[in-house]
Design a protein around this ligand. Sequence first.
Ligand code: GLU
Length: 283
Amino acid sequence: MKRVTRFAPSPTGYLHVGHAYSASLAYRQAVESDGHFLLRIEDIDGTRCRSEFEQGIYEDLNWLGLKWEEPVRRQSEQFEDYAAILERLSEENLIYPCFCTRREIAEEIARSDSAPHGPDGPLYHGTCKQLSDSEREKLFQGNSPYALRLDMDKAMAVPGAQDLTFNELGKGQIACNPAKFGDIVLARKETPTSYHLAVTFDDALQGVNLVVRGQDLFEATHVQRLLQHLLQLPVPDYLHHGLVSDTKGRRLAKRDKGATIRSLREKGYTPEEVMKLAGFGKN
Ligand code: GLU
């Protein structure tokens, strides 16, 4: 099977050795199956993404010897696409506006003795689900900021949503449990998408049939599988790989300056040596 894979970094920092591993693993899956390797820039968060980091991504991947197909999809240029799929979910009554501020949500959670927790933290308590149409209208008119949340109960009531699975290479079918995420935010007034919505839509649009990414996003797949179901999108296979850690066994992060591909290059490392550091060649 020809694999269409992608590497989808957010330009919020320079790439590190863990990214080198992830990108190369996706690249190899594509090349070895005579498929396609795509690069996608996940830059929906305009406050954290910087063009110098985006340039750094191209430079570092080039230096590692990876070749991707053009044009590169930049999510910040696709907001109309995301607005259109949100509209579909809205027509099916699966999303609702939430006007609670982050502070109000935190206070509500602090007040409650048993706020349920999901993989991304405490779950939203659902206040805005109870708003009447006229209350909603008033808040919209008042120009209040809002988030659009998935109504998880309604989503799980869509036929088939309870029985979703995804294929993890080497492990087989994994049963999904997206309900544990609660009413996740799918968009905000000023940003018509969230990570989950954009990534799910883009993987389908770009024909990605194998999603290679770190184990830290394994839980996210449960939600993304649900969105695929709700939006009737094709379902790729998945390969969640282990994370590269530093010499003390801690997971690498973009703030670990010493482990960036760029700093290793400046210290005189070759691409082969960086790949070895990333873990290739050990197995
Ligand atoms: N953009 C995400 C990140 O930088 C990765 C998205 C994905 O691979 O699904 O962590």
